[in-house]
Design a protein around this ligand. Structure first.
Ligand SMILES: Cc1cc2nc3c(=O)[nH]c(=O)nc-3n(C[C@H](O)[C@H](O)[C@H](O)COP(=O)(O)OP(=O)(O)OC[C@H]3O[C@@H](n4cnc5c(N)ncnc54)[C@H](O)[C@@H]3O)c2cc1C
Length: 380
């Protein structure tokens, strides 16, 4: 058993850490306040290989492993939740189905520019009427000559307004889960209408939209993977995506923790820094321990993926634990800051809001508990 990162992983970590310190973290408060999309830092990530970090070199990615990809999202989360979610949705949700299931022609045409960071991607499962229950998806793609004609409405599509490519889970036949497929839709296809960005509690720089499709035509060869296997493919993609969301919460918790350490040395009450009060020390001790446990779970799940081992349970556990851990850590970080923790002038207020989504997206805590229980109990 080896708990050390490899030399290569450590170098990647250091490079990303420096990038985040210089380019991402300084803009986080501005991004949150103005709701501006963080194009400045996103554009700089392409040439560094970060927007295709764990995509094989053959498809213009950096060819790094999944542990490195988890570190990327963790470090970005440490700097700015909005930027981290944008990249997690692009890399973990939109590039992933193409890399895992796409044919060479789709990879050549779409995955390569996505991995180079020339265009962002979005994956759209959720609809106004359904999120957790993907079998209830109604957006339909019907064959007409040499094209799919898509009609329907999607909800909560992260990156919709900044993406060049949308991958939809759509109904391509009659019946249950066997009738769902992934269809790739170039974002400039006529008939797509993107609603204004949702007004959200946090993650203000990350753009999430309702999108409608009115007779949108794409070529028949734009099915990603196998027709009728969309649900199974989605579950595989979400296994990897959940490690990304877990890593994002880990980074947010780490940031809140670092702010808390700094503040507890600076703030004085009753003649001493609050770091001298046992009540504060115990909070810091619990935060350190919970973050450490989550990091082990996140890295192990990513490592299992690198070994080609099953990750469904490990990914669900890492996501469940890390996202709920970050909720507690951010709660205590605000408590340590007292009244200033409730002020938008201090980063912990933003970090707390940004983490809340992580317990909902890519499988709610309840759905992940169901996934874990079914694996443990062997029931369906
Ligand atoms: C900011 C943001 C970004 C998002 N980005 C994307 C994106 O890029 N692509 C995308 O496709 N989606 C995206 N989503 C949607 C997200 O994945 C869904 O919101 C999530 O999957 C939950 O679905 P829902 O909101 O429909 O809740 P529901 O499925 O309606 O669930 C409501 C509640 O019931 C619980 N519940 C549901 N079923 C069960 C059950 N069987 N047993 C016990 N409890 C249950 C849930 O846990 C939840 O508490 C995003 C959402 C947000 C808020």
């Amino acid at each position: 058993m080896d708990f050390q990162l490899s030399d290569e992983q450590r170098l990647t970590q250091q490079m990303i850490h420096d990038f985040v310190e210089n380019e991402v973290k300084p803009l986080a408060a501005h991004t949150d306040r103005t709701h501006e999309f963080p194009w400045n830092s996103i554009r700089k990530m392409g040439p560094l290989g970060l927007l295709g970090l764990n995509i094989p070199e053959e498809w213009a990615g950096a060819g790094a492993d999944h542990v490195s990809a988890a570190i990327l999202i963790e470090e970005l989360g440490r700097g700015c939740g909005s930027t981290a979610l944008t990249v997690a949705a692009h890399l973990g949700l939109a590039c992933a189905p193409l890399a895992l299931f796409g044919n060479d022609a789709l990879k050549e045409r779409y995955l390569k520019p996505m991995a180079r960071g020339e265009m962002l991607g979005a994956l759209s499962l959720t609809e106004p009427g359904t999120g957790s229950d993907l079998r209830a998806i109604r957006t339909a793609a019907r064959r007409e000559g040499d094209a799919w004609v898509i009609n329907g409405g999607k909800m909560w599509m992260t990156n919709a307004s900044v993406a060049g490519v949308m991958i939809l889970l759509a109904r391509t036949g009659e019946g249950g889960s066997g009738a769902l497929s992934h269809i790739l839709v170039p974002a400039d296809t006529p008939g797509i209408e993107i609603a204004p960005a949702e007004r959200k509690m946090g993650l203000h720089g990350c753009k999430t939209h309702a999108v409608s499709f009115d007779n949108v035509r794409v070529p028949l060869d734009h099915v990603v993977g196998e027709e009728g296997r969309g649900l199974q493919q989605t579950l595989t993609v979400l296994d990897g995506g959940r490690i990304g969301i877990a890593a994002l919460s880990l980074g947010l918790a780490q940031a809140a923790f670092e702010e808390s350490i700094k503040y507890s040395h600076e703030r004085q009450t009753f003649g001493v820094p609050i770091a001298q009060h046992q009540a504060i020390q115990f909070k810091i001790a619990d935060m350190a321990t919970q973050i450490h446990a989550a990091r082990l779970m996140v890295y192990q799940a990513a490592w299992l993926r690198d070994q080609g081992q099953p990750i469904t349970q490990a990914a669900a556990q890492a996501k469940l634990f890390a996202t709920e851990m970050a909720e507690k850590v951010c709660f205590e970080a605000i408590q340590i800051h007292g009244g200033y923790g409730y002020s938008a002038e201090f980063p912990v207020e933003r970090i707390y809001r940004d983490n809340r989504l992580m317990l909902i997206g890519e499988g709610t805590s309840e759905i992940n508990r169901m996934v874990i229980a079914r694996n443990v109990l062997g029931v369906r």
